[in-house]
Design a protein around this ligand. Structure first.
Ligand SMILES: [Zn+2]
Length: 238
């Protein structure tokens, strides 16, 4: 009888009391799930996404030499870099994938350049990128030798180590003149709050490097070296 009373007593429980145990279990399960998700996310390798920025474009050709335009070489390397990173399972986005700029139409000069750069920064924010790599080509009559060199944003934790990892991979490219990674005060670097690099891929004024920079094979070698550097740095972040 006691058991029976208890049984009927259970059935007569107010609705909210009968729901109490399942609700409690649901709360515990949900809290546990969140904890697991959080733990999992924190061990995922950075970045969530690499924003690749092919320097210049549209009205702005960048540096030029012997008919070779910086904006065309940076775009070609950027496309190779995107392929190389994606092949390593690293998500990417590009600030441009065609010959375009982001200045208001009709405006030229320093204000249009600033508009163009600000749009690239805005795209990096909107995409919630966790790494930024801007590609450029050098041209300096003062430079007597070529070589790719990596500049990094000093204010962002990880940038210096990322730059060193990319620079050391670039040293492995055949015929590469070896240069050191260094901090850069460029606008695109100063305005970032994520690990950020500007990779100057070589010198157009150095004839043999200019010739190499204009070939898909060398562009791919540069892209693969940068991707290897990014990949090796990411592995140190896990
Ligand atoms: Zn440039």
């Amino acid at each position: 009888m006691k058991r029976q009373r208890a049984f009927f007593h259970t059935l007569r429980l107010p609705r909210f009391r009968r729901l109490l145990l399942p609700l409690l279990l649901l709360v515990v399960f949900t809290a546990t799930s969140y904890t697991l998700v959080e733990r999992h996310t924190s061990t995922l390798p950075l970045p969530g996404l690499v924003m690749i920025d092919p320097g210049h474009g549209g009205y702005d050709p960048g540096v030029m030499s012997n008919g070779i335009l910086e904006k065309e070489v940076t775009l070609a390397i950027a496309k190779q870099l995107q392929a190389a990173l994606e092949a390593r399972g690293i998500p990417t986005a590009m600030t441009r994938d065609s010959d375009t700029d982001y200045a208001d139409s009709g405006s030229r000069g320093s204000s249009s350049k600033r508009q163009d750069l600000d749009k690239r920064l805005e795209m990096t924010d909107t995409q919630q990128a966790t790494m930024f790599i801007s590609l450029h080509i050098n041209n300096s009559n003062l430079a007597t030798r070529g070589g790719a060199e990596v500049f990094y944003s000093e204010q962002n934790e990880g940038s210096e180590q990322l730059a060193a990892a990319v620079q050391s991979q670039l040293h492995k490219v055949p015929n590469m003149s070896k240069r050191d990674a260094k901090p850069g005060k460029y606008y695109l670097l100063r305005k970032q709050n994520i690990p950020s690099l500007i990779v100057e891929c070589g010198y157009l004024n150095i004839p043999d490097e200019r010739a190499r920079l204009n070939t898909p094979d060398y562009q791919k070698q540069l892209a693969v070296a940068i991707a290897n550097g990014v990949d090796s740095w990411l592995k140190t972040q896990q």
